[in-house]
Design a protein around this ligand. Structure first.
Ligand code: NAD
Length: 503
């Protein structure tokens, strides 16, 4: 039965914070006839009913973005930068609210949202605002009549591209959304953002913050909905000039097919099956810490090094220390300061993760640590898990689990380590633990990965390119690369003659 657009239905109260669960299109709230439930992973309760968008909302949002584009593209860069900084101010002002809403909605640790994630959301806006003055142009001269003759001037500019559709996943919702929204807006584009249906709330708060910061209506639109129901109409739309997507390989393939008739440029940040290579010459405690860190966010991290590749001579010592450290991790309510690992996003995801583990065991794997979900926590918290005796060509080694499940394999020498590391269809990241600088140089040169960390993990600089090879994605974002994607480059060639001199 269609829902009436009254405010009681369309406002959720999450830990005291009011969140409007309708779309945000053309600077106003828009209801849908249908809604879908949004569950909290913490206890499985229904937090809100969210507007369920479809073709009508997709069309309206793209139309709003198209209508707002000329005005925003013509807005001086300094003014765009000022508004982006005002959005960052708004994020900082409402940081505590954003943190508690995000934790309630996606189950990641409140302390991480407070200290790491939400400050990074603000930084995403400041970073791209601050880069605007350096955003091209470039001038050079072409001499067609010999070096002494007057030359043609080439003037290259980075121009706004048009309406961008940005589609994002549930594991780090606002951080990943603003990683795309900020450069797209900074470059002078307008945006239709479609957050994931399992964690849709903070995107709605972002719309409020952006409006309060003075972003004109239609420049940022937020539509809610289930995957393809609204996604196909967004990604196949002829007025959309860029599609920025972060999510799974399966969805990326569908989006690429949908975008193909219009040849809409895509940036795809996808999954991974990244390795952590531990050599016998590594600092063992550091290597174990790096391995245990892979359980952060309950393993729901695209970059996670889920394949531990350990030199055979230290494998027993490594495993013993790993199990001792992992056993000290406290799993429970992500709002509590002492918690190390929270829940898994959704009951369906628990089933999926457990399916991987059960099939691996049936194929001969040994569960060294963990396995299954905690009954005492209502079955919503999958235990950190370590599997050994896994074959390189097995499903659990080759496919992304996207949960707190690591595999451990051994190698005898550097060549075997590199072979195992590269032998999947992914290429997002790799981590290396070694005490030998020359080995680090040799091995990092051979690894297929968009980011390689040596004796560290997850250190991110917004100036660096981010993305993956093979099935981990297409293109790079971050720093100058974001602007390359979200801009149209134009070269104007001016002849040295032919102008009338009007004095
Ligand atoms: P998903 O592909 O299921 O969904 C991502 C988004 O796509 C959601 O908003 C969803 O509604 C939307 N979507 C689904 N079908 C669509 C369609 N046909 N058209 C348009 N949109 C559609 O991914 P997920 O389960 O939300 O996220 C987990 C995946 O994301 C993992 O594979 C993970 O590795 C990946 N990820 C990658 C990065 C990265 O930067 N490389 C970062 C985080 C997550």
């Amino acid at each position: 039965m269609p829902q009436q657009p009254d405010s009681a239905v369309h406002e959720a109260r999450i830990a005291g914070v009011a969140v409007d669960t309708r779309h945000w299109i053309g600077g106003r709230r828009v209801a849908s006839a249908d809604t879908f439930p949004d569950l909290s992973p913490i206890d499985g309760s229904t937090l809100a009913r969210i507007a369920r968008g479809g073709p009508t909302e997709a069309e309206a949002a793209v139309a709003a973005a198209k209508a707002a584009f000329p005005g925003w593209a013509a807005t001086p860069r300094a003014e765009r930068a000022r508004i982006l900084h005002a959005i960052a101010d708004g994020v900082e002002k409402r940081l505590e609210e954003l943190a508690i809403v995000e934790t309630t909605d996606n189950g990641a640790l409140l302390r991480s949202h407070r200290r790491g994630v939400m400050p990074r959301v603000a930084r995403n806006f400041r970073f791209f605002a601050d880069r605007l003055p350096a955003l091209g142009h470039e001038d050079f001269t072409t001499h067609t009549g010999g070096p002494a003759a007057p030359g043609h001037t080439n003037h290259v500019s980075w121009d706004p591209a048009g309406p961008c559709v940005l589609i994002t996943p549930w594991n780090a919702p606002l951080m990943l959304a603003t990683w795309k929204v900020a450069p797209a807006l900074a470059a002078g584009n307008t945006v239709v953002l479609k957050p994931a249906e399992w964690s849709p709330l903070t995107a709605s708060l972002l719309a409020d913050i952006a409006a309060e910061a003075g972003l004109p209506p239609g420049v940022l639109n937020v539509v809610q909905g289930h995957g393809a129901e609204i996604g196909d109409d967004l990604t196949s739309h002829p007025d959309v000039r860029r599609i920025g997507f972060t999510g799974s390989v399966a969805t990326a393939r569908r989006i690429a097919a949908s975008a193909a008739p219009n040849l809409t440029p895509l940036s795809l940040e996808l999954g991974g099956k990244s390795p952590l290579l531990v050599f016998a010459d590594a600092d063992l405690e550091l290597a174990v810490d790096l391995a245990v860190e892979q359980f952060d966010n309950a393993g729901q991290v695209c970059l996670a090094a889920t394949r531990l590749l350990v030199e055979e001579s230290i494998a027993d010592a490594f495993t013993e220390r790993f199990v001792a450290k992992a056993a000290r991790l406290r799993q429970g309510d992500p709002r509590e300061e002492a918690t190390d690992i929270g829940p898994t996003i959704h009951p369906r995801q628990i089933e999926r993760i457990d399916g991987f583990v059960r099939r691996a065991v049936a194929a001969g794997a040994r569960v060294v640590f963990g396995g299954g979900s905690h009954a005492r926590l209502g079955g919503l918290y999958y235990r950190p898990t370590l599997l050994t005796d896994v074959a390189q060509d097995s499903e659990v080694v080759q496919e992304e689990v996207f949960g707190p499940v690591l595999t451990l394999q051994t190698f005898v020498d550097e060549a075997e380590a590199v072979h195992l590391a590269n032998d999947t269809r992914f290429g997002l990241a790799a981590t290396l633990a070694t005490g030998d600088h020359r080995r680090a140089e040799r091995v990092t040169a051979q690894l297929v990965a968009g980011t390689v960390w040596v004796n560290c993990f997850f250190v991110r600089d917004l100036r660096a390119p981010f993305g993956g090879s093979r099935l981990s994605g297409v293109g790079r974002e971050g720093g100058a690369w974001s602007f390359d994607f979200y801009c149209d480059l134009k070269n104007r060639v001016l002849a040295p003659k032919g102008f009338h001199d009007h004095g």
